[in-house]
Design a binder for this molecule. Structure first.
Ligand SMILES: *Cc1c(COP(=O)(O)O)cnc(C)c1O
Length: 408
């Protein structure tokens, strides 16, 4: 546990500077402890964590039930690979099917991997459409401003210069249309189109939601042309909007769903749900992962679902987000030089800033509130799903104080 004797222990900052790949512009903060909606840094400063590790810590930090479930499972059986069954994976699949609808679930370890599985599903659907011939029908239609992850499939579905630059050529088979513009999607559909993949609510792109009419339109478009409707719910799913999946409010059902972030409550796990019409496209040997769906990861996710249900956090998010959004909604009027608008629903909220959000994220952090920036000058607020009314109100007063002391 202890480092070799030295005059002064090397600081975390020095170790990062010396040894960690420079792929992130990190905040100058070393977090050492968390409890509920709070985290502490190594200087003893306390923060209200409305990043939730980017929508991951659904139950906040170190929820006692979650900790007990993970500790219990860690002492019992951690990993077996998918060469064998384990007692938790089937149960977690059953629970997800309960939310998503009749179908089957594939477990992986991240959002990008869930989306890779969706893209492979689209390719298999295209082969089926072409009577077994490969290479005829494989295009996936995605949205401009989308974010689907950093793997080659995910990046190729993410038409942002800052994501793709330096890594081209991309994987072929992706085309891009305007979110909430059904016509622009319909115009791209042809015999080579296999699927449509959109985030129900774009997160990294700056909190832009598909309207219910748009989702219904996509459903019809897919039905008419035998395309799979695939929804990326990696960020907006698992209760964040007050429903298990964000698409539920539109009253449609997709053919496949990618999920991850909040599912494990901090333990890495991702999943693809496939509706029964397409679930048999994957047969033994066609896809896999060594780590996906371990007893430990599934125990963590089962504990998240148990707590969400038992503590009624869907209702909590729906109820507590209303006054919070109302209070946040006054900010653009009171601070027009800084904030021009508010978007989002439930505990997935974006403040549209007038300029670069980086200075605001810093100002909030210095006053004890952690928030995440997003594309298009947006600051995201992603409280844990059990954040209290008092904590939500506290976030608003920190934002007010910070903005009040910032110059134009
Ligand atoms: C975070 C995110 C991903 C990527 O998930 P990772 O776990 O970082 O691979 C994909 N899609 C959406 C919508 C996301 O928010």
């Amino acid at each position: 546990m202890d480092n070799p004797p030295s005059i002064a222990r090397t600081s975390a900052a020095e170790l990062y500077d010396a040894h960690v790949l420079k792929s992130y512009a990190r905040a100058p903060l070393t977090l050492v402890r968390g409890r509920g909606s709070r985290v502490w840094d190594d200087q003893g400063n306390r923060y209200l964590d409305f990043t939730s590790g980017i929508a991951v810590s659904a139950l906040g930090h170190c929820h006692p039930d979650w900790v007990a479930a993970v500790q219990r499972q860690a002492a019992e059986l951690i990993h077996t690979s998918n060469l064998f069954r384990n007692p938790n994976q089937g149960e977690l699949a059953r629970r997800i099917v309960g939310y998503a609808g009749p179908g089957r679930v594939f477990f992986c370890n991240s959002g990008a991997e869930a989306n890779e599985a969706l893209i492979k599903l689209a390719r298999l659907h295209g082969v089926k459409k072409s009577n077994g011939e490969e290479g005829k029908c494989y295009t996936v239609l995605c949205a401009k401003q989308a974010f689907h992850g950093r793997t080659f499939g995910g990046m190729s579905a993410t038409p942002q210069e800052k994501i793709q630059h330096g890594f081209r050529p991309m994987t072929p088979g992706f085309e891009f249309a305007e979110l909430n513009n059904l016509r622009s999607f319909a115009d791209l559909v042809n015999a080579g189109t296999a699927a449509i993949l959109v985030e129900t609510i774009q997160g990294e792109g700056g909190i832009h939601a598909c309207t219910p009419d748009f989702l219904k339109g996509l459903r019809e478009l897919c039905d008419k042309n035998n395309l799979l409707l695939m929804l990326d719910e990696v960020q907006c799913g698992i209760g964040r909007t007050g429903r298990f999946f964000a698409f539920e409010s539109a009253g449609i059902r997709p053919d496949a769903i990618g999920m991850a972030k909040g599912l494990g409550g901090g333990f890495p796990i991702g999943a693809m749900w496939v509706g029964e019409r397409s679930a048999e496209l994957f047969q033994p040997g066609m896809h896999g992962t060594t780590f996906g769906g371990t007893p430990l990861a599934c125990a963590a996710a089962l504990s998240v679902l148990d707590v969400l249900e038992r503590e009624n956090l869907f209702t909590h998010v729906a109820k507590e987000s209303a006054p919070w959004l109302e209070a946040l909604g006054k900010l653009p009027k009171d601070f027009p030089q800084h904030i021009s608008g508010l978007r989002g629903s439930g505990f997935l909220v974006g403040l549209q800033m007038v300029g670069d959000p980086a200075r605001y994220v810093t100002a909030l952090r210095e006053r004890g509130l952690l928030a995440v920036s997003a594309g298009g000058n947006v600051i995201r607020l992603l409280p844990p799903l059990n954040a209290t009314a008092a904590e939500l109100a506290e976030s608003v007063s920190i934002i007010r104080t910070a903005l009040g002391t910032l110059g134009a």
